[in-house]
Ligand binder design. Structure first.
Ligand SMILES: Nc1ncnc2c1ncn2[C@@H]1O[C@H](COP(=O)(O)OP(=O)(O)OP(=O)(O)O)[C@@H](O)[C@H]1O
Length: 856
């Protein structure tokens, strides 16, 4: 059934009417004048059947608990819970969302790589570190620092298709250096995906004074000759200024130096990078670090001591920049780098150590699976890159993901080094909203936040980051705090970059106490405490985010507000990427809609129109190309149907100004060639437009997935069934995960719950909070279908609308007008609390009735 989103929304429902309009945005309606009056948290203005599910509001704002004694026997509900990590234990978990972090990474993988050199003749100068990145300037064309003697290069490659570039900061006057970073993909608004962009502050504080070059050289030589504990500690001391290794570091370094592929699981901020930095200095060949995001890569680059030269190579660089990098690599130690998929970069030289950072991304069952990472398979890496040793590193991995990663990278189980998931300098606490009405939950949470910040220990802290899920929340919360005499600023990607720099500087210099931010903020900052005003999408994300606290080793506080409304919103968003089998089938038909002889040709599918036509998010489309069993483009001995190519803007519009196109074509063979192709809507045509300066202009648009067909599948149906099953499994692995909390007692067990979660399979055994049905559901669907009879729906589309989430074919802008969506700080659906599958079933039955009547 085709979808058609032109229909307006329904304003009729079978559900009994409510007193006030739920669609009213009680928060976003700004006061006419900039508020000098105190911003009040929204009051209970919404009464609805949704709230019935959560019961009446209780007297307390939140149930906030704290151990009255170290053994936490008595819990007081009015104070702030500050539980040292490890104190409490039981169950905690969040609704687990499938992270929409999938960019379509074609043969240019969405990954980044770092190449570290062998460093023999160290010659440390005070040359500016490549890490100093300035916003608004392009990424440096991977200039390798020449200050390190004859050997040793460090190239970081980002094969991700990030558009932003980075470069060195020129001025050194400011106390802080800023660089842009894109930390990760996150949900925004109605499940839209946004690459959050942040700045990484590079403070001026030095770790410790480094020793002189001579002593570093001596330490390197000694460790090379005999990598004993003593010599490695000496090297650590000379080169990095640290007295001793942290837990897990020395063990890992020795494994790697022995050439043993190793899986390293250490908490965030525990010092994983050291585990490849020291081997990079000592190993003969090149060390390549693959990272999923440019920001992470730059972060790692920043952490390199000046004795290790390095640079970045990424897919957003121009061919010239890449070529320059390759030249530098060739001149130095790195042999050949090519643009394209990681494997192609390194085909011509061997890699001593390949580091897979954020290794959980290798597994499709992880919270942050990346299609390009799926191609990181040991067999391939060994065959193509001649990788001697693989070091896989992560901070957040469940046992099942761990097994998947180790198996993909062929790391023996004996080579696992795993320490606790959490650092013990984090004091975790959590408060519950309890069962509340939709609007009250938010107002109570705001009051509770204020109370939290005004009470010990937060009142004494200088720098607090409050993480929110949505941009609108950050603005409202920061205004609310300011109105209550707490210096706060909001920070999100919609704020101009200059202002964001300013905010970060104010925060770092303690001129403002609080930054209310989306998740991008906080990279590179060492000292701060964290409050999660919004529930993170998963426990993995929570652990990653609290990992930004206390990286300097001091005790840090991390408080989490847990409320049902956000919980249900997150659960609903989980379903925003699901696809039906028939849609996959149609999509495959388009992908392979070519004659058998067209296999040499380059094909393309325009992302936006495909996304609308099949009601699939653009971020989801890559999945169809990445299933290891079907579209694996690199697998040896596996069925290979497609070869992925770099994404392109495939539609080129030409405007002819002076001469008519036909006349021009007679004069110029380029124009003639273009015109011959002018009917083609897809594919790329390369020509030198400069010769036609003044005659024509052109504009390219429509980013598209490009591919060539290797083999046309014989059986489309079984292929789409297979893909559907696989995607369903992936979706279930997310949705079946932690479902929520049931009592404050459980909430007190955050620490143990996190540890238990990561020890297990990530499928947590907390019963679902969703209802299987609702008395009004079928009737509401019926009314909805009647009042939108001009539109075509699928059961999934109806279920999404009932859950209050938009999709490409049924965008929020249109369907938020229905009676079934409530607009708060974000929208939620009237049936958000009802199981998605149950709604799909009900919708299917009603659709059959409806279509039957229609036909009759
Ligand atoms: N042996 C050590 N002694 C003291 N400090 C160290 C040691 N090793 C690393 N560090 C410091 O610890 C901090 C965190 O290290 P690093 O960034 O490598 O952590 P990480 O485990 O990679 O964290 P993430 O997972 O968040 O990337 C850095 O400032 C680093 O310099």
């Amino acid at each position: 059934m085709d979808s058609d989103s032109d229909s307006g929304g329904s304003h009729i429902s079978a559900t009994p009417p409510r007193n006030s309009s739920p669609r009213q945005n009680v928060f976003l309606s700004k006061p006419k004048k900039p508020p000098r009056e105190v911003t009040k948290p929204p009051s209970d203005r919404i009464e609805d059947d949704f709230s019935d599910k959560f019961g009446p509001p209780s007297a307390l704002l939140f149930q906030i608990c704290r151990p009255s004694s170290p053994n936490h026997q008595g819990l007081t509900l009015n104070s702030i819970d500050t539980l040292p990590a490890g104190y409490f234990a039981k169950s905690t978990s969040f609704s687990k969302l499938q992270r929409a972090s999938l960019s379509f990474e074609s043969s240019e993988a969405s990954s980044a790589a770092t190449v570290l050199p062998k460093v023999d003749n160290l010659c440390v100068t005070k040359k500016k570190h490549l890490n100093l990145i300035r916003a608004n300037e392009p990424l440096p064309p991977a200039k390798l620092r020449k200050n390190i003697g004859s050997e040793g290069n460090f190239v970081k490659m980002n094969l991700n298709r990030n558009k932003k570039r980075f470069t060195n900061r020129k001025g050194q006057k400011s106390r802080f250096n800023y660089r842009r970073s894109k930390r990760r993909v996150k949900s925004k608004g109605e499940g839209e995906v946004e690459m959050e962009e942040g700045f990484v502050v590079e403070g001026t504080q030095e770790k410790k004074p480094r020793k002189n070059n001579h002593s570093i050289e001596e330490a390197v030589s000694a460790a090379k000759y005999d990598p004993s504990d003593e010599n490695l500690v000496r090297l650590l001391n000379e080169m990095f200024g640290y007295e001793s290794f942290r837990d897990g570091q020395l063990e890992t370094i020795k494994m790697v130096l022995d050439g043993k592929s190793t899986m390293l699981v250490l908490p965030t901020g525990a010092g994983k990078t050291m585990c490849y930095q020291i081997p990079a200095v000592l190993l003969r060949g090149i060390t390549v670090v693959v990272s999923p995001l440019l920001a992470l890569m730059i972060d790692q680059l920043k952490q390199l001591p000046s004795a290790i030269p390095g640079s970045v190579l990424c897919s957003s660089q121009t061919p010239q920049e890449a070529a320059q990098t390759l030249r530098l690599v060739q001149d130095g130690v790195i042999k050949v780098l090519e643009r394209g998929f990681l494997v192609n970069f390194f085909m011509e030289f061997s890699v001593s150590l390949l580091v897979v950072d954020e290794a959980h991304c290798v597994s499709e069952w992880s919270h942050n699976f990346r299609p390009s990472y799926m191609r990181l398979r040991a067999s391939l890496l060994r065959a193509r890159l001649h990788v001697g040793c693989i070091l896989a590193m992560t901070a957040t991995v469940t046992t099942s993901t761990l097994n998947a990663v180790m198996s993909a990278l062929e790391i023996p189980s004996t080579n696992l080094i795993q320490k606790s998931i959490l650092r013990d300098n984090l004091l975790l606490s959590v408060s519950l909203s309890g069962n509340r009405q939709v609007a009250t939950v938010i107002s109570y949470r705001m009051k509770a936040l204020l109370k939290l910040i005004k009470s010990s220990p937060f009142t004494e802290l200088h720098s607090i980051i409050i993480y929110c899920k949505f941009q609108s929340e950050t603005d409202i919360i920061s205004r609310y705090l300011c109105d209550n005499n707490i210096s706060a600023k909001s920070y999100h990607s919609a704020i101009p970059s200059r202002e964001r720099c300013h905010i970060q500087e104010l925060f770092c210099s303690n001129k403002i106490k609080v930054v209310v931010a989306t998740v991008a903020f906080g990279m590179g900052l060492d000292k701060r405490d964290v409050i999660h005003y919004s529930l993170p999408e998963s426990l993995e994300e929570y652990v990653q985010e609290i990992g930004r606290a206390g990286r300097d080793g001091r005790m840090s506080y991390c408080h989490l507000f847990f409320d049902d409304v956000t919980y249900f919103k997150l659960r609903s968003l989980m379903y925003s990427e699901g696809v039906d089998e028939y849609a996959i089938n149609k999509f495959l038909c388009q992908v392979f809609a070519s004659d058998v002889n067209s296999q040499e040709k380059i094909h393309s599918i325009i992302k936006e129109s495909a996304s609308r036509r099949y009601d699939m998010k653009e971020e989801v489309l890559p999945f169809y190309f990445c299933d290891a069993d079907t579209f694996n483009t690199v697998g040896v001995g596996e069925v290979q149907y497609l070869r992925l190519l770099p994404q392109l803007n495939v539609t080129c519009s030409l405007n002819f100004y002076k001469t008519s196109p036909l006349l021009l074509a007679e004069k110029d063979i380029v124009v003639s060639a273009i015109l011959k192709k002018s009917e083609a809507k897809q594919g790329q045509y390369v020509f030198d437009i400069s010769v036609l300066k003044g005659e024509i202009t052109y504009e390219v648009k429509d980013p598209a997935f490009c591919y060539s067909i290797v083999k046309i599948p014989e059986d489309f149906c079984s292929l789409s069934t297979h893909l559907t099953k696989w995607l369903l499994q992936v979706e279930r692995s997310k949705s079946g995960k932690p479902q929520g909390f049931h009592s404050p007692q459980q909430m007190l067990c955050l620490q143990r719950e996190i540890l238990g979660y990561f020890k297990g399979d990530g499928l947590h055994h907390v019963p679902s909070k969703t209802n299987q049905s609702s008395p009004f559901l079928r009737a509401d669907i019926k009314v909805f279908l009647q009042s939108n009879s001009q539109a075509k729906f699928t059961p999934r589309a109806i279920a999404r609308i009932m859950h209050g989430i938009g999709s490409p074919a049924y965008p929020s802008a249109t369907w938020a007008k229905t009676h079934f969506w409530y607009k708060l700080l974000f929208t939620i659906g009237r049936y958000t609390h009802v199981d998605f599958q149950a709604i799909m079933e009900a919708a299917k039955a009603e659709l059959m009735n409806f279509v039957g009547k229609d036909i009759g």
